[in-house]
Structure formats: structure tokens, C-alpha cells
Design a protein around this ligand. Sequence first.
Ligand code: FES
Ligand code: FE
Length: 386
Amino acid sequence: MTEKTTSDLVLEQLKQGLALPGDLYTSPTLFAEEVSAIFGRQWLYAGHVSEIPHAGDYLTVTSGDESCIVARDADGEIHGLLNVCRHRGARLVDCGTGSTRRFVCPYHQWAYSHDGSLAGAPRMPDSFDKSRWPLKKVHTSVWQGLVFVNFSSEEEVESLPELMADAAELMNPFGVEDARIAHTEVYEVDANWKLVWENAQECYHCNANHPEFIRTFDVREMAQPTAGEAPLWYSEDRRSQSARFPLKPGAVSLTMSGRPASAKPMGEFADGREPYTAAAHLKPGFAFVFSPDYGITFVDTPVSPDRTHVKVQWLVHRDAVEGVDYAVDNLIRVWDQTNRQDWELCRSVQEGVKSHGFEPGPLSLDETSVAGFYYAYARMMSAAGL
Ligand code: FES
Ligand code: FE
């Protein structure tokens, strides 16, 4: 008899409409498998193009043992480079963003250009051929001003624009590529990365837990839309998902007052397009939500079975000026509060599922997207034979 895989087990739970067993959130073995089989093979969000506007600017993205430098060269092209020196393997740059003429290895000073080619290596024999030792490439794709990387070593990497095709139509009007980052928060969440996602998939918990969020977000309309339009689009495997976010009557932005937090509308909304709010997800780690005046990006990075980093960035129109067009406090209030409330809920679930008495319960009518996440997870795991 062959042993049951994780994906089989998840599909069985799904068939019964049940949540997942506790050890899926606590097992170090499974965690290591997920990091390599899922995060090591899927598109991961690296940052917004405005973070690396000039030649030599770079940012880094890490996932498990992998680290990538995303650098802009003198022609404006963006390169994904494995952050591992070709000599004896040192990291070239620390985490974070920066700007440099060349990537010089701190160990023995091998120097690389922005496209990864080896430009200099001291005291090598005459026979040494620099052209044979460029930094290894990491796949990159820029979609609507958002830079993604993919650590997969396979030649065949899926097309990101194809994966995001449904979200494109919904997101185009926001002109995300013309935004810039107004604020960044990195949250440490004491919960498994899947619990963070499950929480983000449903608003079954919103009325009881998110007083700021529900000032403008219409939970009932989301659950039972009256607008007559499908509120949700998703890819067949449920990795990519996008939706309009219904706001309460009179509200035009996800803010405390429902009024814009930034005076400079984004994209087509500056030309008077009817306001709406939309969200899109790309599993395993990325989501964004945009109102006409500002948006946020979420990146969910697994750290250990019971710990997750969530980086949230607030974006505004690139011409919006702090203190004139927006105030950071007001801009971030709803999502910052909502996030903190969510992380507390995730932490409490992480505690609960550790109990020997935990038995996965049935999902509600408002958690169909949680089931969708389970399905996406099962598909990503089964693609790796797990
Ligand atoms: Fe980078 Fe030696 S490890 S130059
Ligand atoms: Fe929430």
C-alpha cells in the first residue's frame, strides 16, 4: 500500500468540507517540504519597480535558504541574480535594498556587474575565463510594476502574466506601475504561513474582530452579492484569485471615514472613472488590495512551522506628497489595525491546533475561499509529488 501524500490528505478533508489537521501547522518536516516544493518553485513577490528606480539600485528577496538580488542595469533592465558568489559561495549583499556600482563580494572581492557578469577577480591565473563565471540567474517577471522572482531551476517557468490574466483587467485601472511606497511594516506572526492565508481568505471573522475594517467594507455584500456581478475570479487551480471588494454606500476608499486617504487618485480614477476597490492574490505568498487613492501589498514569508513574516507596504500615486496629499497615520490606520487583529487571531489558532484534542471542524458558507486555498495548496504540493 502506498503512503498517503499531504495533497491526498488535504483533498480528502476538502471533500468532507473540513478544516485541516493540526500537524499540518506544526510539523517541521512538512514545513521544510513546503519551503522547497512550494516557495522554491512558485512566483514570489520581490518589490515594486519604484524601489529600484535608477541604474545600480537593487533589492533582495529571500525564501528558505535562497536569496536573490533584483538589480536594475544601466539600460533600465531588471535582473534576478542568485545572491551567491561564484568563487566560494559567500553572500554578496545583505538583505534589504541599496545601490551599488558593482556587486563586490566581501570575501575575496570578486566583482559583478548589474547583469551578473563577472567584471573582475583578483589574482586569478591567465587561463581564468571570467565569462564562464557569471552570477546564476533567477527568473524575474514584472507585472503592473510589481517585480516577481522564481527560484525554480527548471527551464520551464510559468508565465506570470498568464497566471494573473483575470486580475489584470480588474487591476489595470489603478495604474499600480505609477505608484510609490509610502509606508512599510514587517509583522512577525506567531502562526504557520497557511493560517495567515486562511485568515486572509474569509470575512466570517470580520464583524466580530475588525471594527475599523467594517466601517467601510460591506461584509454582507461580499457574502451575498446583490450587484449581479460575479465577485470573484480565480484560476482553475485557485492559486490566482481576484475580486471586487464591496464598500458600504457612500464609501470610496478603505479608510476610517470612507473618504480617500490620499488626495491624488491613482490611474484612471484621476480621470473620473467610477471608484471601486479590488483585491488579488497569488499563492503561495502575495496579495494586494487597491482603493482608487491607495493600495497595499502583502507578502507572506514562512520562517518556521509556527512563525511567519508578513511585509505590508502602502502605495500611493508617485506624485502624492506626504503631509500635503496624505498623512501616514490616516493612510495606514485601517489595514494596520486589521492586520494586528488578524495576527492575534492566527496566533490563537496556532495555539489551539497544537492541542491533542483538536479535531478539524466544518467550514461555513463564508469560507469557500478557504477551501479554495486548500485546493491551491494541494495542487502545489502534488506538483512536487508530495
Ligand atoms: Fe566571493 Fe571568494 S567567496 S570572492
Ligand atoms: Fe481579518
